[in-house]
Design a protein around this ligand. Structure first.
Ligand code: AMP
Ligand code: GLY
Length: 431
């Protein structure tokens, strides 16, 4: 089978690594990919949001399966585009249509959906420019902190946690009246702040059946000890010790099943990943966000724990036959450390040569923002590499990943030194 992955990050490199391990994968393409995917597959220099260009490649290369990595092509309707074109209809595609993608592309849609189907989430109100005054009045009566979220896609930047009513009022005004996040903040969800630890749970569904993949914890802030601005994610670990059997039972019964039933009830035929961003509030899972794709860097920690054949899983999902496949998980722990360009998530330089990639290591080195210049791998983005190690013991997985990181360098490289440490401390405390 010929397969195409849309996207260019560490998540897509991890998908490529897992797909080429399947005997069913004949030719693999990644559009546009990076230097890492270029070693495993053929990179196609096209924009995943340029659907006619994607379609032309699918036909020219006789591609039978398309896996969509990022949310943007989904939110713009890549599945709908395939469904509407007679020659593309028969191509298997993993990812929801535009309507299903609203779970991520409209936070107001996601909140209304959760309220309608009784899915546990923070209390909220949505405001727009016309109801700005009402919104400001509402904020004055709320407990602090409070969370303001741009309704639309804002590249992970649309959430502001406010500590005082005046900060909240200023931010609501900036978002609605000054388009702080562009069109994404033409509506704002104002949400109760939830106290607890976050965990990401991944579900693959064909619209009726579902498989739960290993959960992971993402480290979103740039600095050690969860300090500084939010990033796309600086590391991940899997499993997450507090997501035990009881907790995961609650996730399945209170969140996963009602979500899939709700989508069906709305007439949304969802085939793809659902990423549940959860917060553990005193042992009870609550949804802080849905994403309609896998996480990055969570994928780089989760897929190495998946023993099942990835082509089997992807084709079963796209064909509506997920009940016919089983999912087998490696019990080992996985740790991923992301190496970023100095300055990220603000401004940073690209184009530095990277050394240490040829080292002997048992770690997996996934590329994110890299490209080849004169045959040598250079930095080409904010998040540059994601290094994953597996071990029976989480401490060892972490130290092995960090050992590999210590042998890789480029000018101004940066990474967090404390990935996984918070949960190790918790696990020691709870003994
Ligand atoms: P999101 O873009 O929805 O993932 O939000 C970004 C980050 O903001 C999350 O990872 C949380 O750390 C935080 N956050 C979002 N919603 C809430 C909430 N209701 N309570 C507390 N923290 C939140
Ligand atoms: N790591 C969080 C995300 O992929 O949205």
């Amino acid at each position: 089978m010929n397969i195409l992955i849309l996207g260019s990050g560490g998540r897509e490199h991890a998908f490529a690594w897992k797909l080429v391990a399947s005997p069913q994968c004949d030719r693999l393409y990644v559009a546009p990919g990076n230097a890492g995917t270029g070693k495993l597959a053929e990179n196609l220099p096209i924009d995943p949001n340029d659907f006619p260009a994607v379609a032309a490649q699918v036909m020219a290369k006789d591609i039978q399966l398309v896996i969509v990595g990022p949310e943007e092509p989904l939110a713009r309707g890549v599945r709908d585009y395939f469904d509407q074109h007679s020659q593309l209809k028969k191509v298997l595609l993993v990812g929801p249509g535009k309507e299903g993608a609203l779970l991520e592309s409209s936070k107001d849609f996601a909140k209304q959906f959760m309220n309608k189907y009784g899915i546990p989430t923070a209390r909220h109100r949505t405001f727009n420019l016309e109801t700005l005054e009402e919104g400001l009045e509402y904020l004055r009566g709320q407990e602090m902190p409070i969370v303001l979220k741009a309704d639309g896609l804002a590249a992970g930047k649309g959430v502001v946690i406010c500590q005082t009513p005046s900060e909240a009022e200023r931010n609501l005004h900036e978002m609605l009246a000054e388009a702080k996040f562009g069109a994404a903040s033409s509506q704002v969800v104002v949400e109760q702040f939830l106290e607890g630890i976050e965990v990401s749970v991944f579900v693959l569904t064909d619209g009726t059946h579902y498989k739960i993949l290993p959960e992971a914890k993402d480290y979103k802030r740039i600095g050690d000890g969860d300090t500084g601005p939010n990033t796309g994610g600086m590391g991940a670990i899997s499993p997450v010790q507090f997501a035990d059997h009881d907790f995961m039972q609650k996730v399945e019964q209170q969140i996963i099943i009602p979500t899939i039933e709700g989508l069906k009830n709305e007439g949304i035929h969802y085939r793809g990943f659902i990423f549940l961003g959860l917060i553990n509030v005193k042992g009870n899972p609550m949804v802080i966000e849905y994403n309609v794709r896998m996480g990055d860097p969570e994928t780089q920690a989760v897929l190495p724990r998946l023993k099942s054949d990835m082509v089997d899983l992807m084709t079963a999902c796209a064909r509506g036959k997920l009940s016919e496949v089983s999912i087998e998980i490696d019990s080992r722990s996985s740790a991923t450390v992301v190496m970023v360009s100095g300055g990220y998530p603000e401004s940073y330089q690209k184009g530095y040569p990277i050394s240490g990639l040829e080292q002997e290591t048992s770690s997996l080195i996934f590329h994110a923002g890299t490209d080849l210049r004169a045959g040598h791998v250079h930095t080409n983005g904010g998040r540059v590499l994601a290094i994953t190690s597996l071990d029976d013991v989480m401490e060892n997985a972490l130290s092995n990943a960090y050992q590999t990181v210590s042998n890789i360098s480029w000018e101004d490289a940066n990474f967090r030194r404390d990935i996984g440490q918070d949960l190790l401390v918790n696990s020691n405390k709870s003994v």
